[in-house]
Design a protein around this ligand. Structure first.
Ligand SMILES: Nc1ncnc2c1ncn2[C@@H]1O[C@H](COP(=O)(O)OP(=O)(O)OP(=O)(O)O)[C@@H](O)[C@H]1O
Ligand SMILES: [Mg+2]
Length: 289
């Protein structure tokens, strides 16, 4: 199986900066994985994301040491235009990446720029709008859409390039809780239907154990944890030390483990919480306080 991306001893130092934004990072992902990049302010999440589509160093100059590979190609030797066909990028404020008069133009913009034939563009626009649940929105003005619809449009605009890797930098930032739930359902759907690899950068891990296959925890530009959500969230002290709030459910799990030593196993999803708490109630029975 091909690796979606692979960083090898990668250090990134922005021009004019005297410390690295990413520091000796060696990490990658398989195709088809949903990976969460977790870290507080300035941890290096955006730098990581922008490295994968060449914005760093091509649009923000930086010294790159080590290797950055995207879908088997050396990112340093691949043009930004070529990378744009491989890596779809969605930023935290959808407003800042929507600039066309209509939804259709917005989604067609990327493919038009790389000279894809008209008929193919029309097919891609329909496909991308369908994938994000905006079928029929073609003639609407992006500025009149709701926050959640704008974010889905930004995703459709990235999808129309048919990227194999989708990178989202704090995509839930401007969304309300319902918008978040819808967004995560959409991302799961994209992985299931198209086998896409998805990298999501976020500051908190709430609801993420259900969504992702892996969590990478960044702290001051370094990877301090990497693994299945359960493994990373079990190290709750490490997560907190990195300035990230763990999911409330993981917090509850650790509180119960302290209160009833040896009587519960760690849980990180609501389904597992329900099972563990039911078992605990049965096990403690009438002597429960
Ligand atoms: N263009 C730039 N020039 C110089 N330093 C930068 C630049 N962009 C980011 N940095 C620095 O690089 C480090 C990592 O920043 P980055 O934006 O990657 O972090 P982040 O995890 O995305 O943070 P946030 O949660 O605030 O978005 C920070 O110390 C930041 O100040
Ligand atoms: Mg950022």
């Amino acid at each position: 199986m091909m690796r979606a991306f692979e960083l090898t001893k990668t250090t990134v130092t922005y021009q004019g900066s005297d410390f690295p934004a990413l520091n000796d990072v060696s990490i990658g992902a398989d195709e088809g994985e949903i990976v969460l990049l977790l870290g507080s302010n300035n941890a290096g999440k955006s730098t990581f994301c922008r490295l994968l589509n060449g914005l760093v160093p091509k649009s923000t100059p930086a010294q790159i040491d080590g290797k950055v590979e995207v879908l088997g190609r050396d990112a340093n030797r691949t043009s930004v235009a070529r990378l744009a066909t491989m890596v779809g990028m969605v930023f935290q404020e959808p407003e800042n990446q929507l600039f066309c008069m209509s939804v259709e133009e917005e989604v067609a913009f990327g493919p038009e720029n790389v000279a894809i034939p008209r008929a193919e563009i029309i097919a891609r626009v329909e496909w991308a709008l369908e994938a994000v649940g905006l079928t029929g929105y073609n003639a609407r003005s992006p500025s009149n859409l709701s926050g959640g619809e704008k974010q889905r449009l930004a995703i459709a605009a990235a999808l129309s390039m048919r990227p194999r890797l989708l990178v989202l930098d704090e995509p839930a930032y401007a969304l309300d809780p319902t918008g978040r739930v819808d967004l995560y359902a959409l991302l799961r759907d994209l992985r299931e239907r198209y086998g896409m690899t998805i990298l999501i950068a976020e500051r908190d891990a709430e609801e993420m154990a259900e969504l992702c296959d892996r969590m990478i925890l960044l702290r001051n530009g370094r990877v301090v944890a990497d693994g299945a959500p359960n493994a990373v969230l079990s190290g709750i002290d490490e997560v907190v030390a990195a300035g990230v709030s763990p999911p409330q459910i993981a917090h509850l799990s650790s509180l119960l483990a302290d209160r009833f030593p040896g009587k519960t196993r760690p849980f990180f999803t609501t389904d597992d919480a329900e099972k563990e708490i039911a078992d605990l109630v049965r096990a403690t029975g009438s002597d429960a306080p």
